[in-house]
Each structure stands twice: as C-alpha cells, then as structure tokens.
Design a protein around this ligand. Structure first.
Ligand SMILES: Cc1cc2nc3c(=O)[nH]c(=O)nc-3n(C[C@H](O)[C@H](O)[C@H](O)COP(=O)(O)OP(=O)(O)OC[C@H]3O[C@@H](n4cnc5c(N)ncnc54)[C@H](O)[C@@H]3O)c2cc1C
Length: 438
C-alpha cells in the first residue's frame, strides 16, 4: 500500500515538475515568492489528486481487486489516501493562511497576482476560495470522527456519505484556482482524468448506485444460535446472484434503515444461490440482530468481493491457516468446498485460536470437517492451553519449503504473528483478511 501511495504522489509531483520547467510557466519574480506559491500549488494538487483516488476506491471497483489484492485492501488504501489528502489539504490551508505573514517577511515585491494565474474570472475564484475553505473545515471534522474509533459507526456512516459533496466542492475550488498554464500540460491532463473519475464516483455514490450490478435480493431461510453471541443466518438469493468463491465476503442488508454490513460467506457455493453467514455480536447492530432476524426476513446481498480464496493457495508452499475467533468464517467455507472437491496435493495446518474450546460453537464442526480431510490438520488453541505464537508455529514448520500463511482474525494478532515469523523464518507470504474497514 505504501508503494502505491508513494508512486501516486510521485507521479503527481512529476507532472507538476514538468509544468514548472516548461517555457510557458508563469512564475513570481522573487525566489521566496516562487517557493511559497509553488508549495501552495503542489500541496493543493497532491491533496485533490489523493481525494480523487479515495473517491474512486470508495466506489468498490471490483476490477481493481486483482491488482490491489482484494476489497479489504482497496478500503485500506481508500482510508489512507483520504487521511493523506487531508494532511496535504491542511498544509495547503496553512500556507494560504500565512499569506499576510509571508508578505510581512518577504515583502510584496516579486509577488504574482491570482488573476495572472487562473483562467477564471474573479467572482468564480472568490466563490471557489470560500467553498474550498469551508469544505476543508468539514473535511477536517469528518477525519477526526473517522479516526475516533469510539464514535459510533451508525452515526459516522451517514456523515461519511457527505464526502462526495465535499469532493465536488473541492474539485470546483481546484479547477477555478489552478494556474491556467496547467491545462495545456500533462498535469492538466492528469487533473482532468482524476476529476472525471472522482466526479463519476461521487455521482454514483450520491445516487446510491455503488455496487448495484452485484446486488441480489432474497430472504432468510434459516437462523441458528449456536452460542457464544453468534448467529448463523442462511439466505436464498434471486437469479442476480452469480455465486462465490470460498472465502469471499458480501455486504449484507437485513434492514434498510441500518444499511449494509460486510460479512464473510461461511459456506461453500453449491450452485443453489444459498449463502450462510456466521455473525458475532461485536457492536450495537450485531448485538441486536438475533432479536430482529427470523425466517422469511427479506435480505439484500451485494458481492461477492475479496481475494481470500482457496484457489489462490500455493500448493508447493507449506500452508499454515490461522483463524482468531470469528475469523474462522472463511476457513469454514474453504473446508466445506474441499469436502465436495478435494484439492490434490494440498496439505495444511489449520490453527484456530479461541477463548474457550469447550464452549466454542465451531470446534465440533471443524473437527468433523477436518476428519474427512486427512491432509488438513486441525490445532485448537485456547486460554487454558498453550497460546499460538510465531515461535511455536516456526518450530512446527521445519523444512525447506517456503511458508504461506492465510490469516483471518484480530489485526494485533496478525501483526505479532507476521513479524515473529519473519524474524524466525525469513521471507514468508502472509495473506490477511481484515475484518475492519474504517
Ligand atoms: C471483509 C469483512 C468480513 C467480515 N466478516 C465477518 C464475519 O464473517 N462475521 C462477523 O461476525 N463479522 C465479520 N466482519 C465484521 C463485521 O462487519 C462487523 O463486526 C459488523 O459490521 C459490526 O457492526 P456493529 O454495528 O454491530 O458494530 P459497531 O460497533 O457499530 O462497528 C464496529 C466496527 O465494525 C465495522 N463496521 C460496522 N458497520 C460496518 C459497515 N456497514 N460497513 C463496514 N464496516 C462496518 C467498523 O469498522 C466499525 O468500527 C467482517 C468485516 C469485514 C470488513
């Protein structure tokens, strides 16, 4: 993700640099003013470019799942491009606010006036400035709420939906205040592409069209309560459902007022358009769900998404599959799929880490699924026994084959295992499904 963001910023900076060096570039006649103005433009340019990227990624572009590694990663990239966009917007705003201080320090001589730069008339520029400033304040407040994890997701979500409006305002600000010289240079072409893509994504979002082509309707056909604050819900979907790969997830709407929540499809695809979700009470909504759901409840399922797919495992590598708590759901789908279609040459160690194996609702099912698959060895870890650590895993995994880990569970646990295994065994391939998007 870092590489993508750094490369993206580098491309935008390069395009800005090409314009800077062009013979038509309008520049201030004093060096301090040139540095000031170019810093103002560059920070603004990078900020709006990152915001455009964040908008495009928020439109759930399934075609980017393969190059970017799955929808959970797309959302992480969306989150970090949004955060960085606000950081650059804050630098841009600080520079703009220090205009008077700069005049006092560097003097007014050698400065360049805005009407010599922008291609737009003064009333439009004034409107662009005012809108940009207010949109930035709202953006800053929304970022603070996004990072403040205790702020309820239920309240955050409708606020976050204002983002496309803010984006369109900031794009307008950028268009009317960008130097006229940009539009005949590569930087202008890049901006035009980004604004077009960002604006299309914004309109799709405002009109509720994101993911529409992947949305199927159906109804709940079974609800079970196996214990430990978990419910299992099976849904039968209409002909719009195209099936799924074991390990993929979907955005599920049981209640229109609540909206969609992402859940992994915990069952294999049997071609009957039935999908099962195992849902743990991890927050307000998922705690209420067992009291609200019953057979016959209408449901909308958008998906499938994700690349936590058993067909992607490297059979030549030593396979270690690790699930923490409800992170077992993609592996349930994998194991079910293997019952129907065993994968020749695939051997794996499945480690399931839970609080209490004695009361856990999935241990028995996993034992019975693995009993039919001698090549998948099940290891259950709980607080009464030995905890699962990178060192213990590395000890079990002696041999020359490269190590491939598929992990689904809490991110702190993933970080500890990844870093520990890298330190002990060197290079490993570590695939992780993040159950967090905000
Ligand atoms: C790819 C993926 C697969 C998942 N699979 C499962 C699964 O199989 N079983 C399971 O029990 N849980 C799964 N989760 C987690 C599940 O989505 C959250 O626990 C649930 O949405 C919490 O909702 P809440 O309102 O009860 O909790 P809250 O306390 O309101 O939310 C807790 C956190 O859940 C996330 N969240 C909540 N609502 C949404 C939403 N509408 N869209 C995106 N994120 C949201 C946010 O990060 C939020 O901060 C998965 C999450 C992801 C991203």
């Amino acid at each position: 993700m870092k590489t993508i963001l750094v490369s993206f910023i580098a491309i935008v900076t390069l395009a800005w640099g090409v314009e800077m060096l062009s013979p038509d570039h309008t520049t201030a006649s004093s060096l301090p003013w040139t540095i000031y103005l170019e810093s103002l433009f560059l920070t603004g340019l990078i900020s709006i470019a990152l915001m455009s990227l964040a908008m495009v990624l928020a439109s759930r572009p399934a075609w980017l799942e393969q190059p970017l590694g799955g929808m959970d990663r797309i959302y992480r990239l969306h989150k970090w491009s949004g955060i960085l966009a606000v950081v650059f917007a804050a630098s841009h705003w600080l520079l703009e606010m220090s205009d008077d201080l700069f005049k006092a320090l560097a003097g007014r001589g050698g400065r360049i006036k805005e009407d010599e730069l922008s291609a737009f008339a003064e009333p439009l520029r004034d409107m662009g400035e005012a809108l940009g400033e207010w949109a930035f304040y709202v953006l800053l407040a929304l970022l603070a709420l996004t990072l403040w994890k205790r702020f309820s997701y239920r309240l955050w979500r409708p606020l976050h939906r204002a983002m496309p409006v803010l984006y369109l305002l900031l794009a307008f600000h950028s268009v009317v205040l960008a130097p006229a010289g940009y539009w005949s240079q590569p930087v202008g072409l890049l901006l035009a592409l980004l604004f077009t893509a960002g604006s299309i994504a914004s309109v799709l979002s405002l009109r509720g069209l994101i993911g529409r082509k992947r949305r199927a309707s159906g109804s709940v056909v079974a609800v079970h309560n196996p214990g430990n604050d978990i419910i299992e819900v099976s849904c039968r979907l209409d002909g719009k459902w195209r099936g799924h790969h074991p390990g993929q997830f979907a955005f599920v709407t049981f209640d229109e007022a609540e909206g969609a929540h992402p859940f992994t499809i915990a069952s294999a695809d049997r071609g009957d358009r039935t999908v099962t979700f195992a849902i743990k009470a991890l927050g307000d909504y998922t705690r209420r769900l067992p009291h609200q759901l019953s057979v016959g409840n209408p449901v909308k399922v958008e998906g499938p998404y994700g690349r936590f797919d058993i067909s992607r495992v490297n059979k030549r590598a030593r396979q270690v599959w690790v699930a923490g708590g409800i992170g077992i759901t993609p592996f349930l789908a994998w194991l079910e799929a293997l019952q129907d279609e065993p994968a020749a040459g695939l051997a794996a160690d499945l480690h399931y880490s839970v609080r209490d194996a004695g009361t856990d609702p999935f241990v028995e099912r996993l034992q019975s699924l693995c009993a039919a698959l001698p090549e998948v060895r099940l290891h259950v870890h709980d607080e009464q026994g030995e905890p699962l650590t990178a060192e213990a895993l590395a000890e079990q995994q002696q041999g020359r084959k490269p190590l491939e880990v598929w992990f689904c569970g809490p991110s702190g646990f993933a970080d500890a295992l990844r870093e520990g295994l890298q330190a002990v065994t060197g290079r490993i391939r570590f695939h992780q499904e993040a159950f967090e998007m905000r």
